[in-house]
Design a protein around this ligand. Structure first.
Ligand SMILES: Nc1ncnc2c1ncn2[C@@H]1O[C@H](COP(=O)(O)OP(=O)(O)OP(=O)(O)O)[C@@H](O)[C@H]1O
Length: 271
């Protein structure tokens, strides 16, 4: 069907509990009284992706980009709201779910099994994944001995070689070396040309501008803007320029003001 939605995220919130220490955490588990402080990493986030959309998630540190990409990938459950992903095959977040005690090769096999591939298909896919990862003899070493760049290379190699309908790439290009990130970007361009739906999380606004059509700007767990890259990116760049100049005190005040604004918007919209 033309114009079929690939992703529908509706009013999603994610609550974490913050504890002052182990004692509080245990008390919260074993007693009926509530301990710890509720913390919302995401609050009432909604957006939709059309099939073939390439969407970049941006926002300052801690704004909720990874939490949202993990929720869309089905790795982390949402606290409330709903997430619908329409795709024939799996949705994969790069470098997520690698098991440290297993070798790179075993991780490839495990992940492919989990995605529903059979033994013959795994045998066919494996050499291409190992070659793409450039891990060579390290492929038979436990993943816990890998550097973050090596882990990311393995995760990326698996993700792009299983041909998913929706691909989520979270900071994968910032860890590897330059040659590998060029190769990965080329692969992502191929996916884009094939009309795949992609979500791209990165701190590099340059890569975003090169790659994404739409931008979802998160601020303190809420959607600040969602729209075409040429509209949202200049606003974000301007914001970052000013934000960098702010003192710690000013940043805290900005955060307090924004959170208060969010609260009043929420109160209005729930009336
Ligand atoms: N498991 C967790 N328990 C408690 N708080 C968490 C957990 N995971 C994330 N958070 C908090 O949720 C908020 C959003 O985190 P998230 O990693 O999604 O942000 P981000 O925008 O991806 O940040 P960055 O750009 O630094 O990667 C942060 O304040 C973070 O500390």
């Amino acid at each position: 069907m033309e114009n079929e939605k690939a992703i529908i995220v509706n009013n999603v919130s994610k609550k974490y509990k913050l504890y002052s220490g182990t004692k509080e955490r245990l008390l919260d588990l074993i007693t009926p009284k509530h301990y710890g402080e509720d913390f919302y990493a995401l609050k009432n986030v909604s957006f939709e992706a059309e099939k073939g959309d390439v969407i970049g998630f941006i926002g300052i540190n801690g704004s909720g980009k990874s939490t949202l990409s993990n929720i869309v990938a089905g790795i982390v459950p949402e606290t409330s709201g709903s997430v619908q992903v329409n795709g024939h095959s799996a949705l994969i977040a790069v470098a997520a779910g690698l098991k440290g005690d297993l070798t790179g090769r075993d991780n490839i096999e495990l992940k492919l099994l989990m995605l529903g591939f059979n033994k013959k298909e795994i045998e066919e896919l494996e050499p291409g994944i190992i070659e793409f990862s450039e891990l060579e003899k390290f492929i038979d070493q436990p993943v816990k001995s890998y550097s973050s760049g090596m882990k990311s290379r393995l995760g990326f190699a698996i993700s792009v070689n299983v041909n998913p309908d929706v691909l989520i790439i979270d900071e994968a290009l910032s860890v590897g070396d330059k040659a590998f990130s060029e190769k990965s970007l080329e692969k992502m361009m191929e996916f884009k040309e094939m009309g795949k739906t992609m979500i791209f999380v990165s701190h590099s606004t340059g890569q975003m501008k090169r790659f994404c059509q739409k931008i979802l700007w998160l601020e303190y767990g809420m959607v600040k803007e969602f729209g075409p890259v040429e509209e949202v990116m200049p606003k974000y760049e301007e914001f970052i320029k000013n934000f960098k100049k702010m003192s710690r005190k000013k940043r805290l005040k900005y955060k307090r003001d924004r959170l208060a604004e969010q609260e009043s918007n929420l109160a209005v919209s729930s009336k």
